[in-house]
Design a protein around this ligand. Structure first.
Ligand code: OGA
Ligand code: MN
Length: 198
């Protein structure tokens, strides 16, 4: 947690392999796969509210939102870690983060998400993006890396290419960092979410 906080302080983004216990991450992965097989995922949209549209030229992942009122034991374990993170971020940066919203995401073979920012235009509610990867045997060549441009506000210049390995947590300021998901060559699983301000 200390490393994450100092990364955010120094550069606004952080990559943390092994953030979540292996066993909990595996159980989340199994739960994700099960929900997928049950048909519980929906094509992800672009925009919000009335403006929400399916744009397969922009993103091809499918999502299942987490419901705070019916969290599984492994979701609760992850939420507990996120709660510690939320409090740490608030203590260090006075961000006033008050809640988390998140979803499982699956990128089937060939799926991608073109370069974007996570903050909806004209809003300030999503302040910090948090992504947990759930791919136990990810290997170079499987695709689905997260490309994160590391200059705030720039969709150009230096970037990090982050491997979506089981238990790795990525965190960044949602309105500042352009990012994209490169085409997945194998099914790619994650939980993506946002800490929000009032
Ligand atoms: C998103 C997103 C990145 C990833 O869902 O907004 O950018 O690595 N996800 O899954
Ligand atoms: Mn995003």
């Amino acid at each position: 947690m200390q490393k994450l906080v100092s990364d955010i302080n120094r550069q606004g983004w952080s990559v943390n392999p092994g953030f979540l216990d292996q066993e909990v991450a595996v159980r989340l992965m199994i739960e994700c796969r099960q929900a997928w097989e049950n048909g519980d995922f929906r094509k992800a949209g672009v925009g919000r509210g009335d403006q929400l549209t399916i744009r397969e030229d922009i993103r091809r992942d499918q999502v299942m939102w987490l419901d705070d009122t019916t969290l599984s034991p492994e979701q609760l374990a992850y939420h507990a870690k996120l709660e510690t993170l939320r409090i740490a971020l608030n203590q260090h940066f006075y961000l006033g983060l008050f809640s988390f919203e998140g979803h499982f995401a699956i990128y089937p073979e060939g799926a991608f998400y073109k370069a974007h920012l996570d903050r909806h235009s004209g809003t300030k509610d999503r302040l910090v993006t948090v992504i947990l990867y759930l791919n136990p045997d990810w290997q170079p060549g499987d695709g689905g890396e997260l490309k994160l441009w590391t200059t705030p506000g720039e969709k150009d210049g230096p970037f990090e290419l982050i491997e979506p390995r089981l238990g790795t947590l990525v965190c960044f300021l949602a309105g500042d960092y352009w990012h994209e998901v490169q085409p997945a060559h194998k099914t790619r699983m994650s939980i993506t979410g946002w800490f929000r301000q009032r």
